[in-house]
Design a binder for this molecule. Structure first.
Ligand code: G6P
Length: 607
C-alpha cells in the first residue's frame, strides 16, 4: 500500500523524508517521490523503483525545511516516474501526495479539463492537486478543504504550497493519517513507522478531519472549518515492533487486515438500492453480459480455490454453468472455446506463468479473458481483455490469505451483477447485499477468537497428517485449508469433499490422523454430521469449524472453532479465516519460517 510522510522543521527535509519513506518500505511499493520547499520554490523528484533509486537522484545540494514524500503502490496508471507522487497542479506551486482511491476522478478531470487544466499522469490522485490549485487564493488549508469536499472515495493526503513555507496541510477519509509532534518540528504520516524515530507524541486524525502543521504549531479541524480538539497520544511501540505494523510476521498482518481488504474489494462497487454491482473494468455491455452462457475460471494455487468458490456461486445464484480449472492443465489440453463463454484468469500477483500462458492460449482460440488481479499493471492484468482489481494492498507473505477473501469478494459482486440481470429478484438481491456488507464485521469477530485457535494449534501441531473436509461451497475452503497447512507448517494435509472419504481416505483414519470438518447450517449439515460420526467411530479426532452454539456438532467433535452465522453461500469468508489462523499458529509453534516457507515463491513466473 502507498505510504505518506510530511515534514516541517529545522532539519534538512530531503534526508528526513527519504528516511521516513525507507521506514514505509515494508508495506510494499513500486515507486517513490519527494517534494521539497525552499526559498519560494518547490522541487519535486520522483522515480519508479526502489527508494535508493530515488535517493540517488536527489541532488546533494538540495536543501529545504519542509516537504512531503510518498511511496506508491499503483492502482490507477502503470508504474513509471510520471505516475509517481507528489503530483503538482498547473502552476507547479502546489505538490500533493495521496493514498486511497478517488472514485469520481474521471468526472472531476473532465470538468477541470474543460476549465483549461492539463493533466500529465494517468492517476486518480492528480485531480486533487488541480482541484486545490483551482481553489487556491492565498490560503492552502481553505483550498484543500474546498477540494476534498468534492471527492468521492478514500483519501489520506498531504499538500504543500511554495508560497506558504513550512506549512503542510493534510486531510483524511478512509486512509490513515497521523500527526507527529516533535521539538520545533512537526510531521504528518500515513503510518507511525515513518516518524517514530523522531517522536512518539502523535494525534490520530479521523475520517472527515484535516490538519495544518507548522514547525511550532498545529491545528486540527473538520471539513466545515470548525476546530477539533484532539488528544495527544503516546506511541508505546518500539521501532522494531512496528515495521510489520506491530505484527510478528507479514502473514499475521495480512490475515488480520482482512476486514479492511474485503471492504476495499467492495469499495464503490455495490449499488445497494438497485441491489446490484458496478464493475467498471469488465469492458462489457449489458447485452454481452446477458448473453453469457458459461463461465470458465482458470488459476493456480489459492487463486484456483477462490475460482472454485466463484464457480459454485455463479452456478447456484446466477444459474450459469460455471467451472474452475487449473491453468496449468488448461494450456496443454487443447481446450474448446465455446461461443458465449466468458473466461476469468485469477491471480494475486498477476505474474503466474501457468495462468498467463493458459490465458494466452485461450485468447489465441478466440476467447475473451478477464483478469482478477491484485497487482496493478501486472502481466495478466495487461494481457486481459478487461477485469477487476481486488485492491488488497501488497501481499508479502508467500502463503496467500487476504487475496483469497478479496478474490471471492469480487466473485460475489460479479455473481450479484449477473444474477440480477437474470432470475434474482430485487428483494433477494437486497438480502444478498446485506449479507455481503455484514461480512467484514463477521470476519473481525472470527479474528477475535484467535487465541482459542492458537491453543488448538498447540494441541494438534504434533500430528503428521490431517484431513480437511467440507462440502458444497465450503469444499474449496477445505482444499485451501489443507494447502495453507502444507505450505507453511510442512504438515501433510489432504483436502477432500466430506462425502468422498468413504471412497478412500477413510482408510487413513485412526488415532494418528485428525480431521478438520467445515460445517455450516445448510442442507448438507446432516450429511456432514454423519461423516463426522464415521470418523469418530474409527478413533479419529475431529475438529469442527461450525456456527456459534451448534450443539449437535459440538457434541460429536473433540474440539470446535465457532464462527458467526451467515446465509448459506456466504460461509467461505468465515470458514477460511480460522483455517488460515490454524495453519499460521501450527507453523509458528513448529518454528517454521512463516513468511518465506522453504521451496516456495510468492510469484511463480516459470512453468
Ligand atoms: C504460488 C504462491 C501461492 C499462490 C499461487 C498462485 O504458488 O506460493 O500462494 O496461490 O502461486 O499465485 P497467483 O499470484 O497467481 O495468485
Amino acid at each position: 500500500m502507498c505510504g505518506i510522510i510530511g515534514y516541517c522543521g529545522p532539519k534538512e527535509a530531503p534526508r528526513i523524508l527519504v528516511e521516513g519513506l525507507k521506514r514505509l518500505e515494508y508495506r510494499g511499493y513500486d515507486s517513490a517521490g519527494i517534494g521539497v520547499g525552499t526559498d519560494g520554490r518547490l522541487t519535486v523528484i520522483k522515480k519508479a523503483g526502489k527508494i535508493r533509486t530515488l535517493a540517488e537522484h536527489i541532488p546533494e545540494d538540495l536543501t529545504g525545511t519542509f516537504g512531503i514524500g510518498h511511496t506508491r503502490w499503483a492502482t490507477h496508471g502503470v508504474v513509471n516516474d510520471t505516475n509517481a507522487h507528489p503530483h503538482t497542479d498547473c502552476s507547479g506551486r502546489i505538490a500533493l501526495a495521496h493514498n486511497g482511491i478517488i472514485e469520481n476522478f474521471e468526472s472531476l478531470k473532465e470538468v477541470l479539463r474543460s476549465e483549461g487544466h492539463t493533466f500529465h499522469t494517468d492517476t486518480d490522485s492528480e485531480v486533487i492537486a488541480h482541484l486545490i490549485g483551482k481553489y487556491y487564493s492565498g490560503d492552502l488549508e481553505k483550498a484543500v478543504r474546498e477540494a476534498v469536499s468534492l471527492l468521492r472515495g478514500t483519501y489520506g493526503i498531504v499538500c504543500v504550497h511554495a508560497e506558504e513555507p513550512q506549512r503542510i496541510v493534510g486531510a483524511r477519509n478512509g486512509s490513515p493519517l497521523v500527526l507527529g509532534i516533535g521539538h520545533d518540528e512537526m510531521f504528518l504520516a500515513s503510518d507511525v513507522t515513518a516518524i517514530i524515530a523522531h517522536t512518539k507524541q502523535v494525534v490520530y486524525l479521523e475520517d472527515g478531519e484535516m490538519a495544518s502543521i507548522t514547525p511550532s504549531d498545529y491545528r486540527t479541524s473538520d471539513l466545515k472549518d470548525r476546530t477539533v480538539e484532539k488528544a495527544v497520544e503516546k506511541i508505546s511501540w518500539e521501532l522494531q515492533e512496528i515495521e510489520r505494523g506491530g505484527y510478528t510476521t507479514y502473514m499475521e498482518k495480512e490475515i488480520m487486515e482482512q476486514p479492511e481488504s474485503i471492504k476495499r474489494a467492495m469499495g464503490g462497487r455495490v449499488e445497494p438500492e438497485q441491489a446490484t454491482a458496478h464493475l467498471g473494468g469488465l469492458n462489457m455491455t449489458t447485452r454481452e453480459l446477458i448473453n453469457i452462457e458459461r463461465v470458465n475460471i482458470i488459476a493456480a494455487g489459492t487463486s484456483f480455490y477462490a475460482g472454485m468458490v466463484g464457480a459454485y456461486l455463479l452456478e447456484s445464484m446466477a444459474r450459469i454453468p460455471s467451472f474452475a480449472e487449473l491453468a496449468s492443465e488448461v494450456r496443454y489440453r487443447n481446450p474448446v472455446v465455446e461461443r458465449n463463454s466468458l473466461y476469468f484468469a485469477v491471480s494475486q500477483s498477476g505474474e503466474t506463468a501457468d495462468t498467463l500462458y493458459a490465458m494466452k492460449e485461450l485468447q489465441r482460440k478466440g476467447a475473451s479473458v478477464l483478469g482478477i488481479c491484485n497487482v496493478v499493471g501486472s502481466s495478466i492484468a495487461r494481457a486481459s481483455d478487461g477485469g477487476v482489481y481486488i485492491h488488497s494492498g501488497p501481499e508479502i507473505a508467500v502463503a496467500s490469505t487476504k487475496a483469497f477473501t478479496s478474490q471471492i469478494t469480487v466473485f460475489y459482486l460479479f455473481c450479484l451483477l449477473l444474477a440480477r440481470m437474470r432470475d434474482m429478484s430485487l428483494e433477494t438481491g437486497l438480502g444478498f447485499v446485506r449479507n455481503l456488507q455484514q461480512i467484514p464485521e463477521k470476519v473481525s469477530q472470527v479474528l477475535q477468537s484467535r487465541q482459542h485457535i492458537r491453543e488448538l494449534s498447540q494441541k494438534y501441531c504434533g500430528y503428521r497428517n490431517f484431513l480437511f473436509l467440507g462440502r458444497g461451497v465450503n469444499y474449496p475452503v477445505a482444499l485451501e485449508g489443507a494447502l495453507k497447512l502444507k505450505e507453511i507448517s510442512y504438515i501433510h494435509a489432504e483436502g477432500y469433499s466430506a462425502a468422498e472419504i468413504k471412497h478412500g481416505p477413510i482408510a487413513l483414519i485412526g488415532e494418528e490422523t485428525p480431521s478438520l470438518f467445515i460445517v455450516s447450517d445448510d442442507h448438507l449439515k446432516e450429511k456432514i454430521l454423519s461423516n463426522m460420526k464415521e470418523v469418530k467411530s474409527r478413533n479419529g479426532k475431529v475438529i469442527a469449524v461450525c456456527p456459534k452454539g451448534d450443539h449437535e456438532i459440538m457434541d460429536v467433535a473433540d474440539d470446535t472453532i465457532e464462527i458467526p452465522s451467515t446465509s448459506e453461500l456466504f460461509y467461505p469468508f468465515l470458514t477460511v479465516v480460522p483455517l488460515q489462523l490454524f495453519a499460521y499458529y501450527c507453523a509458528l509453534e513448529l518454528g517454521r519460517d512463516v513468511d518465506q516457507p522453504r521451496n516456495l515463491a510468492k510469484s511463480v513466473t516459470v512453468e
